[in-house]
Design a protein around this ligand. Structure first.
Ligand code: HEM
Length: 52
């Protein structure tokens, strides 16, 4: 898997939305993504984007 650290927050939010909507192929991430609200997803994405 490509690392999440340093990816743009917008990219991570887009992927999580695609997992939730079923358009991104997944084994587990479709189910994991559904557990987070929009605000939580944005907070998580901002945190990963800030990592080196
Ligand atoms: C805050 C929690 C998490 C976030 C934000 C997150 C985010 C992501 C993202 C953005 C991808 C897509 C990467 C890409 O295609 O470039 C991904 C894929 C994946 N993640 Fe997560 N993830 C989280 C938790 C987890 C956990 C807990 C597991 C395993 C138990 C997991 C397993 C996977 C797997 C296996 C994939 C490949 C797609 C799939 O088979 O579903 N992730 N994740």
């Amino acid at each position: 898997m490509p690392p999440l650290a340093g990816r743009s927050a917008a990219d991570i939010v887009r992927l999580m939305a695609a997992f939730r909507g079923g358009t991104q192929p997944a084994t587990v991430m479709d189910r994991i993504a559904k557990g987070f609200s929009e605000a939580e997803t944005e907070a998580i994405a901002a945190w990963y984007a800030g990592q080196k």
